[in-house]
Design a binder for this molecule. Structure first.
Ligand SMILES: [Zn+2]
Length: 332
């Protein structure tokens, strides 16, 4: 996995107290109490000396500011468990010095922001908490929050934060859900004509596809309709509409599809797409100019990926090379 750090950090003082790169993907969060209403700077100075033999990835100060002491890619020394700290992001939160080790509102609000950010960047779709230690340490049922007391004889994160884990989960999951793009089955289609008579529809289809648009015909409500593109995002349909209009066609956006109609002659301009069968032109190089084995010019390949003019081709599902689109000819 690719490691990043939180953009919410406003103070960084990297501690020497860590084990280097993690041996596990980040899939867990462990929240601790500092036992002291300290600032991110003070926490940084605590983790600075090697003699301290302790650290955390992040700290939340009493004032709600966020500090970083060990980058996310590295394993912090925080939870008295190597296995836990290899997979967890550890967070120290400024707290009172006695049970229940209460955290103030500013720090708690910042903690929610930080946990949400960690989940988003590390693709943790949902936080799962359990009040059972066996669930937590075994990551049962997707449990991905652990606490220091699971691995050492201590109160950490204190009764205050421990009891608020349910609330943390509910709030963070609400934010993660809100960030999900809306799921919609609606497709926006750009319509470039509707005809009772199929002859006219065929003629229009030909004109539109000759103008370079991917065009198809559907039959709906007794009409043959010429459409181009079917987009789940309205703005993509808007962009296509502009192009079609710029090419001189009367068009509008509709969400109505219909039965596909086979046209007399397939006049749709064929082009190389993902899934196409292609052949390399003789002597073609890789996308970056490298040489290819001579046998590749004598066999068909499948297109796996296209990024503008860079095309990844495969043979028997195995990637052969990335090549220039202009070096390919379409077989089918
Ligand atoms: Zn702790």
């Amino acid at each position: 996995m690719e490691f990043t750090n939180s953009p919410l950090v406003t103070y960084t003082k990297l501690s020497p107290n860590h084990s280097g790169q993690r041996n596990h993907d980040i899939d867990t969060i462990t929240i601790h109490c500092v036992v002291g209403q300290c600032s991110v700077e003070v926490l940084g100075s605590i983790f600075a000396p090697e003699s301290r033999q302790a650290s955390s990835n992040y700290g939340v100060g009493y004032d709600g500011r966020i500090g970083m002491y060990v980058e996310e890619k590295n394993r912090s020394w925080c939870s008295s468990s190597a296995a836990n700290d290899h997979r967890a992001i550890t967070i120290e939160v400024a707290s009172d010095t006695t049970e229940p080790y209460a955290v103030n509102d500013k720090a708690f609000a910042a903690l929610l922001d930080l946990v949400t950010d960690i989940c988003k960047r590390n693709n943790i779709k949902k936080l799962v908490w359990s009040t059972k230690k066996t669930d937590r340490v075994n990551h049962k049922n997707g449990c991905n929050l652990t606490v220091h007391r699971d691995y050492a004889n201590k109160s950490c994160p204190g009764k205050y934060l421990y009891d608020r884990h349910n609330e943390i989960v509910a709030e963070v999951n609400k934010r993660l859900d809100a960030g999900e793009p809306e799921k919609s089955d609606v497709l926006y289609r750009v319509q470039v004509g509707a005809f009772k008579n199929k002859v006219y529809a065929d003629a229009q289809l030909k004109k539109v596809s000759e103008a370079g648009f991917d065009t198809y015909m559907v039959q709906i409500d007794g009409f043959y309709k010429i459409q181009t593109g079917a987009f789940s995002k309205k703005e993509n349909a808007d962009a296509m509409l502009e192009k079609v209009q710029a090419a001189g066609f009367n068009a509008f956006i509709t969400t109505k599809g219909g039965q596909a109609v086979s046209t007399a002659a397939p006049v749709v301009k064929k082009e190389i797409k993902v899934g196409s069968t292609v052949r390399l032109k003789k002597g073609a190089k890789t996308y970056t100019g490298g040489n290819l084995a001579s046998f590749v010019y004598n066999r068909d390949h499948k297109v796996k990926e296209i990024n503008v003019d860079r095309v990844v081709i495969t043979f028997n599902n195995i990637v052969v090379a990335a090549v220039k689109k202009s070096d390919l000819t379409l077989v089918e």
